[in-house]
Design a protein around this ligand. Structure first.
Ligand code: TNX
Length: 536
């Protein structure tokens, strides 16, 4: 048990805060187990969360002290103080440390959780009895309102314990959104009562591709693969995320990427007589019929399935996918053509818009807003839907110019399924080169959007983690770290405060010891792969 330790400097916090100031003189607060965490009833869960994290990280177990108000500040301890007046922008917090108190001010749970992360970064990792915290004032709030990480649990599935760990990664990095990709061609991963075959059939594939999907001949492992999250598990995860102020946006991907649903209920497809299977390979676009057919049974299916989803997820936003919906299957199907004629839909793009608007209207009735991948605005879509751009700046500019709010997740550089090195021996990835520095330097608001005065249309950004080539948790960790840490700063820190060299120092001092503490993998060779290397 060591008790001699130097305070971690606030300058080492990641993502970099808006403002840090040190008072004159050199006072410190000595944290020890005699001091309580002092909180009001509304924030009890976060007080317990802080207590647990300090204990895990330092060995010091603080007591909890519930108060009605903060008229008495004479006790030495950590005060969690909600403010009634809006002193900082949304999700902001202020930390004030002097020799007798640590005060964390906030307006909402998210601000408190963000402040907790900074406070923990002022403490070392290890076993201690006393920790000196240098007197400091930190005033902080995010640059973007939407700061997300996505995870595909279809191509490969991960245990509930890992989903929780992933949510902890998000909280540490001051993200506020977990985008959970729950259905796709290769599996349906969420329990559904009204359509049980989505689970008994749709949740399992006969086998999985080995190697890259462009390899020829294609090789398969011959092992049945799958599973799904039960409603009880999902409730547990949603609750876990709520304590950490992480909103979970669930995605059910329609009208394309629907092979798993079609394998379970072929009557929803354009070819009900075909013996459809859950997909066993990757990259289905245009290669296989994976689209829902427009017919009454399908629209009933969509309403029912999304209603079950809404019962589980309190999120104000629901993701309906909408990406890579191949139009050829609708073109070839006489019944679909008859439906289009009847509804006056001039082409298949208009039919895609019809699908998205059908479900968006249904969700709006239940006070939820729809998000879809950028292809949803190929036609003439109502701008109340939020566009998630996975293309280039071009698609972001197009959507913002049309009046959509945009979440920017450009393939370059926010796809963490792409390579982060050009080392031919690097672990298999889909393609590309998105090194750490590219993630750090990317401005989520493209210059052309700023020039048009549409900067406010970019509500934030996100990295997407498609798991075709990530068979287990360690591989996911390897692909997201340290890029996720860079992304956190890209989305949080004011653009004029960012500095890559300084980031790398904080990465080494603050973030990497956390990866180790969490027992997580990461890509260690990040310093050798930067923007000066040219892509393959
Ligand atoms: C395209 S990005 C997809 C995913 C794949 C990904 C691989 C998007 C909305 N759709 O289904 O996993 O490429 O990078």
């Amino acid at each position: 048990m060591g008790s001699l330790v130097s305070a971690q400097k606030a300058d080492m916090i990641i993502p970099q805060p808006v403002q840090i100031s040190y008072p004159k003189g050199r006072s410190t607060f000595s944290l020890n187990a005699q001091q309580p965490i002092i909180y009001t009833a509304a924030f009890e869960q976060q007080a317990i969360y802080l207590q647990q994290l300090i204990h895990q990280q330092t060995g010091i177990r603080l007591n909890l002290s519930l108060v009605n108000d903060f008229t008495n500040l004479s006790v030495e301890g950590i005060y969690l103080i909600p403010e009634t007046m809006a002193l900082q922008p949304a999700e902001g917090y202020t930390i004030r440390i002097n020799q007798s108190t640590v005060k964390l001010f906030f307006q909402e749970t998210r601000g408190l959780v963000n402040g907790i992360q900074s406070l923990l970064q002022l403490m070392p990792i290890g076993q201690y009895t006393t920790i000196p915290l240098q007197a400091v004032t930190i005033e902080d709030y995010p640059r973007f309102a939407y700061r997300g990480m996505h995870l595909d649990v279809v191509r490969h599935m991960f245990p509930v314990s890992y989903i929780k760990k992933y949510i902890d990664y998000l909280a540490f990095h001051k993200f506020n959104t977990f985008h959970w990709h729950l259905t796709d061609d290769q599996g349906w991963r969420i329990e559904m009562d009204a359509y049980p075959k989505l689970n008994s059939i749709g949740a399992y594939r006969a086998e999985t591709l080995i190697g890259h999907f462009k390899d020829s001949p294609a090789k398969y492992d011959g092992i049945r693969y799958g599973g799904f999250y039960t409603k009880a598990e999902i409730r547990e995860i949603v609750n876990y995320a709520q304590i950490r102020a992480i909103n979970i946006i669930p995605e059910i991907d329609i009208p394309g990427h629907s092979r798993a649903a079609i394998a379970a209920y072929p009557e929803l497809s354009t070819k009900p007589d075909t013996n459809w299977q859950v997909a066993t390979t990757w990259g289905m676009y245009n290669r296989q019929n994976n689209v829902l057919a427009p017919k009454p049974a399908t629209f009933k299916f969509l309403e029912t399935v999304f209603d079950e989803l809404l019962e589980l997820f309190p999120s104000p936003y629901i993701h309906v996918g909408g990406d890579e919906c191949s139009k050829i299957w609708w073109k070839q199907d006489p019944n679909t053509q008859a439906f289009m004629k009847e509804k006056g839909l001039k082409n298949e793009t208009a039919l895609q818009t019809y699908f998205i608007e059908f479900i968006a209207k249904h969700l709006a009735k239940k006070n939820r807003q729809t998000i879809g991948w950028h292809e949803i605005n190929e036609g003439d879509l109502d701008t109340s839907t939020i566009v998630m751009n996975w293309g280039t700046e071009k698609q972001a500019i197009e959507a913002a110019s049309k009046g959509f709010s945009v979440i920017n997740t450009p393939g370059k550089p926010f796809y963490f399924d792409h390579y982060q090195s050009m080392d031919p021996n690097d672990s298999l990835a889909i393609h590309g080169y998105n090194p750490l520095e590219a993630v750090y330097q990317y401005n989520p608001i493209p210059a052309a959007i700023l020039q048009k005065g549409l900067g406010h249309k970019i509500i934030g950004g996100q990295a997407n983690v498609w798991t075709e080539y990530m068979g287990n948790d360690q591989k996911v960790d390897y692909m997201i770290f340290p890029r996720m840490t860079a992304l956190s700063e890209t989305l949080w820190t004011p653009a004029n405060k960012k500095n890559y060299a300084n980031f790398l120092e904080r990465l080494t001092i603050t973030a990497i010891p956390r990866y180790q503490f969490w027992n997580s993998s990461w890509f260690k060779d990040y310093k050798n792969w930067d923007l000066s290397k040219s892509p393959k």
